[in-house]
Design a protein around this ligand. Structure first.
Ligand SMILES: C[S@@+](CC[C@H](N)C(=O)[O-])C[C@H]1O[C@@H](n2cnc3c(N)ncnc32)[C@H](O)[C@@H]1O
Length: 232
């Protein structure tokens, strides 16, 4: 089965010739495709849930790749020993789950690189990377089914401080002026404006500290986004 545009973009970031561990492998497609095309010599898929775990095992069997793709059942990087893989991919999961997975393994800085495609909280993932000694070295963005996806490749390196725009839209995507940046940011900005309008209309309500905090967060975001949109 062919890879979706999103998974294709993840696959294109994988360095040639190194063992890849795919965390949250689900259907196992990424590893099967990369091994089949010879881009990687060996792949280890980790899957938390039994249904997808069995599905991935079946996909490997059906492709005749049992000697080159191994599927393990477990949580995050737990089923991996340090040194077994040089590259870790985590795609199609929420940003909070991805951060949790990375945080739980003390040895990940031994890896050559991480390839991450968070479905949510992309900025928080980038802040986590920059705060934990990871340098963002490559990025891509794709649009599929009306949704935007960002893919981040990071290697151990000196910590970088990120501006809010860099955290949300990627230092490399911004540097490259990626063709999807403008529409991706414009869509977010429209959503943000809608939230701010709703908040303004609800201003008669008795507001607690958390509502006020949210409001100021959204207003701050609107300020830097206005500048960013202008720059774009
Ligand atoms: C939406 S799928 C994404 C599959 C594939 N990586 C992709 O991008 O198409 C997420 C998969 O991650 C698995 N998963 C979620 N949390 C996990 C964890 N902590 N460790 C391993 N697998 C996990 C889920 O069971 C699910 O199969």
């Amino acid at each position: 089965m062919a890879l979706s545009r999103r998974l294709r973009a993840v696959a294109d970031m994988v360095p040639e010739g190194l063992t890849l561990a795919d965390i949250g492998t689900d259907h196992g497609l990424l590893l099967c495709q990369l091994v089949k095309t010879g881009r990687i010599p060996y792949g280890i898929g980790v899957e938390l849930n039994m249904g997808p775990f069995r599905r991935a095992q079946a996909a490997v069997r059906e492709s005749g790749l049992e000697s080159r793709v191994e599927i393990r059942q477990g949580n995050g990087l737990g089923p991996l020993k340090p040194g077994e893989a040089a590259v870790v991919a985590a795609a199609g999961m929420g940003g909070g789950s991805i951060r949790g997975i990375l945080e739980a393994a003390g040895w990940i800085r031994q890896l050559q690189c991480l390839i991450l495609q968070p479905m949510t909280e992309v900025a928080e993932v980038r802040y986590w990377l920059s705060g934990h000694g990871w340098k963002i070295i490559e990025e891509d963005a794709v649009k599929e089914g009306g949704k935007y996806y960002q893919i981040i490749k990071a290697a151990p390196g000196p910590a970088e401080e990120l501006s809010p725009a860099e955290a949300h839209y990627g230092p490399v995507l911004i540097e490259k002026r990626h063709p999807l940046l403008r529409e991706m940011a414009a869509k977010d900005f429209r959503v943000l404006q809608g939230i701010l309008e709703q908040m303004a209309n609800a201003s008669y309500m008795d507001e607690g500290k958390s509502e006020n905090f949210m409001k100021s967060q959204h207003r701050q975001k609107a300020l830097w986004m206005e500048d960013f949109m202008e720059w774009l």
